[in-house]
Ligand binder design. Structure first.
Ligand code: NAD
Length: 468
């Protein structure tokens, strides 16, 4: 069993130890229902044929469709997709998204594969999923993950559509699509924004910050981020722009950079785009081995790249007081034990990076409804606001100027609705995890989050009963 699967399994066992649910039901809740391993040939640009290996794991069918990203990575294996599909089940349960968990992966280096190869591989992978009934709006709905993005999701939708002529809900077979293919505003940045909202929730609880010796709130907190990809970039951007946090370090594949005064995230991103590296960013200090930044001084460490980054080897040297798990499984079970002993607060991945699947759920709802959320409410809200402003004007005898009127009467855009619903989801789930943590006197936030998820999934299985 891989270290990652071993860790997710251990976390489950710890939380299950606090549950009074029948062991047989817990066994079913833990089991991964289906795994599909496939190999398929693809013609390379030079005419050679290469055989690729892919996986799709559907962890729990207690709710359908199942949901989870697809990654391009050279490290993908069966254990990894099972572990990540399992995390997706807990994640959906924690943020009350009515899906089971799934995950997919293809062994491919996203850094060297060009667009032609990516398209051929993902289209053939989709065809393989269709062959075995592992994809569909009511079956299993993929999304982007490490190494994939909206373009790959667009190719998946197109392949599904082409092989299901006349299927009314074709576009709901995948989320994280481009806007032109019925994607949703706010999906690209959803996971990173959710990380910011989630971190804010726990930093705003003064009983927690007091124990950690920190002041409440995100403002002024010194933050190091590992991975400036989709999740890490947006998490850092919102922490800086909305929360007033200071990004003092960024760790990437090619090395790291630090600045005690704070790094301008947008500027670092532009610098990387221009030069191909975050290194040599003006005013910052280069760090040759970016792993050193995981143990550098800061208030909050945000691993947002890959799993197993903080293990028993480096956990004793971690100086951060809060580990905000933006990536999936960045802290191993052995690493967690050491961090908890040292009084760190770990905000677990199953809660913190659930923003992506939450907004994916909104995209899926939009796709099966065939109408954007704002279309049915914006006009009404705008008219309603007009009436309120007019009433206030007549009561006060003062008129709002054109700028004020525009601001006060505008109805919500799709982005406004998505962000508000995401914020509300993260707030509600944080409250529920916190409540379980305190009321059941559980040892840590992860155990609380897992307990909440196990309860919810078990209850569904118990109510469904066992099909003979
Ligand atoms: P991404 O491919 O957009 O970004 C990953 C970044 O990490 C890249 O910039 C890459 O260069 C960097 N990286 C790779 N190895 C590294 C290393 N050893 N040290 C430092 N940096 C390294 O991927 P992403 O979508 O941002 O996903 C990141 C993590 O978040 C993964 O664990 C993924 O499963 C998880 N996640 C993603 C989403 C999503 O919506 N994209 C949702 C939930 C969880």
């Amino acid at each position: 069993m891989s270290k990652f699967l071993n860790s997710t399994s251990k976390y489950f066992e710890v939380a299950a130890g606090f549950s009074d649910i029948e062991p047989g039901v817990l066994e079913q809740v833990k089991s991964c229902n289906s795994v599909y391993r496939m190999q398929f040939p693809v013609t390379l640009e030079n005419g050679d044929v290469e055989v690729f290996t892919g996986f799709r794991a559907e962890h729990s069918h207690h709710r359908l469709p199942t949901k989870g990203g697809i990654r391009f990575s050279t490290h993908v294996d069966q254990d990894e997709v099972i572990a990540m599909a399992t995390l997706m089940t807990w994640k959906c349960a924690i943020v009350s998204v009515p899906f089971g968990g799934a995950k997919g992966g293809i062994i491919l280096n996203p850094k060297t594969a060009g667009p032609v190869l990516r398209e051929r591989v993902i289209r053939r992978y989709t065809a393989e999923l269709i062959k075995k009934n592992f994809i569909g709006p009511g079956i299993d709905v993929p999304a982007p993950d490490y190494g994939t993005g909206e373009q790959e999701m667009g190719w998946i939708a197109d392949t599904f559509k082409a092989l299901h002529p006349g299927h009314l809900n074709s576009y709901a077979c995948v989320t994280g699509k481009p806007l032109t293919l019925h994607g949703i505003e706010g999906r690209t940045e959803a996971t990173g924004l959710g990380v910011y909202y989630g971190l804010k929730e726990f930093l705003n609880r003064s009983e927690i910050t007091k124990d950690l010796g920190l002041t409440p709130g995100v403002a002024g907190k010194r933050v190091i981020v590992q991975g400036l990809g989709n999740v890490g970039f947006y998490a850092a951007k919102f922490i800086q722009e909305m929360g007033g946090g200071i990004i003092t370090g960024i760790a990437e594949y090619e090395g790291g950079i630090t600045s005690a005064d704070g790094l301008d995230i947008e500027a670092v991103f532009a610098h990387r785009k221009e030069t191909g590296s975050i290194l040599d960013f003006p005013g910052a200090t280069n760090v040759t081995d970016s792993k050193d930044l995981l143990t550098a001084k800061c208030d909050v460490l945000i691993p947002a790249a890959l799993e197993d980054q903080i293990t028993s080897k480096n956990a004793p040297d971690v100086q951060a007081k809060i580990i905000a798990e933006a990536a999936n499984g960045p802290v191993s079970a052995a690493g967690q034990e050491i961090l908890l002993e040292r009084g760190c607060l770990i905000i677990p991945d199953v809660y913190l990076n659930a923003g992506g699947v939450t907004v994916s759920y909104f995209e899926w709802l939009k796709n099966i409804s065939h109408v954007g959320f704002e279309r049915m409410v914006t006009g009404y809200e705008s008219q309603s606001n007009e009436r309120i402003v007019s009433a206030i004007e007549s009561m006060t005898g003062r008129r709002a100027d054109a700028e004020q009127r525009k601001l006060l009467t505008a109805g919500p855009s799709e982005l406004d609705l998505v962000r508000a619903a995401l914020g509300e989801t993260m707030t509600k789930a944080a409250g529920e995890i916190d409540e379980v943590w305190r009321s059941r006197k559980l040892p840590d936030l992860r155990t609380a989050a897992f307990s909440l998820a196990i309860d919810r999934v078990s209850r569904t299985y118990l109510n469904l009963g066992i099909f003979p």
